[in-house]
Design a protein around this ligand. Structure first.
Ligand code: UD1
Ligand code: MG
Length: 528
């Protein structure tokens, strides 16, 4: 029965939601990445650094999201158009500091009340729950500004949270501007904040660039607010790993390992077996159903979906691939493929875009499939290329069959009917059709349709030219082997004729004996 809302709950539902603006800072170059790619576009298990940050902010349901772009602005804009089309990119042509960046962001949005959430673009492990908790704490306390902080084992390079004797925030100081005593502090600024919009705007106008880097620091807003007697707060993250930034590729690799463990743990807790979590890399965008088994050295990427009780791995990479329930995929690579329920792939198969295996179909060893449907229970077990084909249910494609789909200009399709049988080492030269229940003889090159139930065969009759090796390859190991074989055969023939002679002599003697003996009672005496 649907519970009726209590009056207070009703009040909560109808109360004005806070106007929220999210500002993501993504204009920096990330010099230490030493990359042509802007730092925030580096990928990390299924999303860019920027994509992870935007995802963490999504549940805030902000009225607007502003992304400050600068270095590689065009690349970042293009990426945003794909992953967050409603976000508003704002250009910071010169990177004059995080305070300057937020000022430019707010210049681009209409004056308004509410909460401004600022997130550095390079903190990809940040969870949505943590951002939400920061914003709740900030709005609940009616603070002018709240900073997300964390106690970290190694605070090197980060801004420190400086508190007074009573534990209240006094200021945030950058390491390069800090005193030795401040540097000893291990409570750091994570680069994630909630601000009251009006008081943030007022403070941004007062920032100076009087510091070691000559930049306008967003963090100085806290000191300014404290001096003005405004309430500021510190929200401490439960897990400091969430606040880790990314400044170089070594840190990126560390973040990737941490995220891998987080993702793997999540799937194991929902009933997925991951046999070797250290070598299993699952993008955050992947879905895996219960009782699936992911064996070692396996990467599941993009929009990949693995069905219940499927077995994937070891040594498998699946990109944007759907694996049906109970299917198995072993030592194979697939991209944009569909593997039906109970189907079997590999070892050593390569499924390319639009390879579609129906229920219980099999694609075996050293088989490549592209843009083809393989019917229910159909088999392509060994050494084949299947391109632009439709293969009917229960058809059997023999080893070394090539679907010859490309004439150098155009691609053509091949259709194989239900329960057709293609002999080994066949070329099916498209466009061509083999009817239901038809057979194709091994070693054929099929250029014309084979009617249902017919046998298609294009083999040339065989010739064996006797003695060719002895004449044309004299002195080789082959010639010697052939000579031995010929000699052995001749000797065997001679022995056989001796035996025949002996046997016929023996038979004559036997018959002679029989002639003088009375007939035996019904027994067969000829094969003694
Ligand atoms: C910043 C904080 C520091 C904090 C750390 C957490 C300041 C002054 N310091 O330092 O207290 O501990 O983050 O990781 O804010 N950016 C712009 N425009 C600019 C400058 C930076 O968009 O003009 C962006 C960068 O792309 C980056 C973010 O802001 O995404 C932070 O900049 P970064 O240079 O990495 O600041 P940190 O020195 O790490
Ligand atoms: Mg940084």
């Amino acid at each position: 029965m649907a519970a009726r809302l209590s009056p207070s709950r009703r009040e909560h539902v109808v109360s004005q939601p806070h106007l929220r603006t999210v500002v993501v800072l993504a204009a920096g170059e990330g010099k230490r990445m030493k990359s042509a790619l802007p730092k925030v576009l580096h990928p990390l298990l299924g999303r860019t650094l920027l994509g992870h940050v935007l995802t963490a902010a999504t549940p805030l349901d902000a009225d607007r999201t502003v992304v400050v772009v600068g270095h590689g602005a065009e690349q970042v804009r293009t990426h945003l158009a794909e992953v967050a089309p409603t976000a508003n990119p704002v250009l910071q042509a010169e990177q004059l500091g995080t305070g300057h960046a937020v000022r430019i962001a707010l210049d681009a949005v209409p004056d308004g009340a509410g909460t401004v959430v600022v997130i550095n673009g390079d903190v990809p492990l940040l969870r949505a729950e943590t951002v939400a908790a920061l914003v709740d704490a900030h709005e609940g306390a009616g603070a002018a500004a709240t900073v997300l902080a964390a106690e970290v084992p190694d605070p090197t390079g980060l801004g420190r949270i400086v508190r007074d004797a009573a534990g209240r925030l006094e200021q945030i100081v950058e390491e390069r501007d800090a005193t030795p005593a401040q540097r000893a502090l291990r409570e750091i600024n994570a680069g994630i904040y909630a601000f009251d919009a009006a008081r943030l705007r007022a403070s941004l106008g007062k920032l100076s660039a009087d510091n070691d880097q000559g930049e306008e620091y967003l963090t100085d807003v806290f000191g300014l607010l404290v001096s003005a007697g405004e309430p500021v707060a510190v929200h401490v993250a439960a897990d400091h790993a969430e606040t880790l930034g990314c400044n170089d590729r070594v840190e990126l690799a560390t973040l990737r390992r941490l995220l891998r463990d987080r993702v793997n743990e999540r799937w194991m807790r929902t009933g997925v077996s991951i046999l070797d979590p250290a070598t299993t890399w699952i993008d955050v965008t992947v879905a895996v159903d219960r009782d699936a088994v992911i064996d070692q050295n396996t990467q599941l990427r993009g929009g990949t979906v693995v069905g219940a009780a499927a077995v994937v791995g070891p040594d498998v990479t699946l990109i944007d691939t759907v694996v049906g329930p109970g299917a198995t995929v072993l030592r194979s690579h697939a991209i944009e493929a569909e593997i039906g329920p109970g189907a079997s792939v590999g070892p050593y198969a390569y499924l390319r875009p639009a390879a579609k295996l129906a229920e219980k179909a099999k694609v075996g060893t050293f088989v490549e499939v592209k843009n083809s449907e393989i019917g229910a229970g159909a088999k392509v077990p060994h050494l084949s290329y299947v391109g632009d084909a439709t293969i009917g249910a229960k058809a059997n494609i023999g080893a070394a069959t090539i679907f010859v789909n490309y004439d150098g200009v155009n691609k053509h399709r091949t259709t194989i009917g239900e329960a057709a049988f293609i002999g080994c080492d066949t070329n099916l030269i498209a466009p061509v059709e083999v009817g239901p229940g038809a057979y194709v003889a091994a070693g054929s090159a099929i250029t014309q349709d084979v009617p249902p139930g017919a046998l298609g065969v294009t083999r040339a009759p065989q010739r064996s030219i006797e003695g060719w090796v002895a004449r044309r390859r004299a002195g080789t190991a082959s010639a010697a082997a052939a000579e031995r074989a010929v000699r052995a055969a001749a000797e065997a023939a001679e022995d056989a004729s001796d035996n025949r002679r002996a046997a016929s002599e023996g038979e004559a003697i036997h018959r002679g004996a029989e002639a003088v003996r009375p007939p035996a009672g019904g027994g067969d005496t000829a094969t003694e």
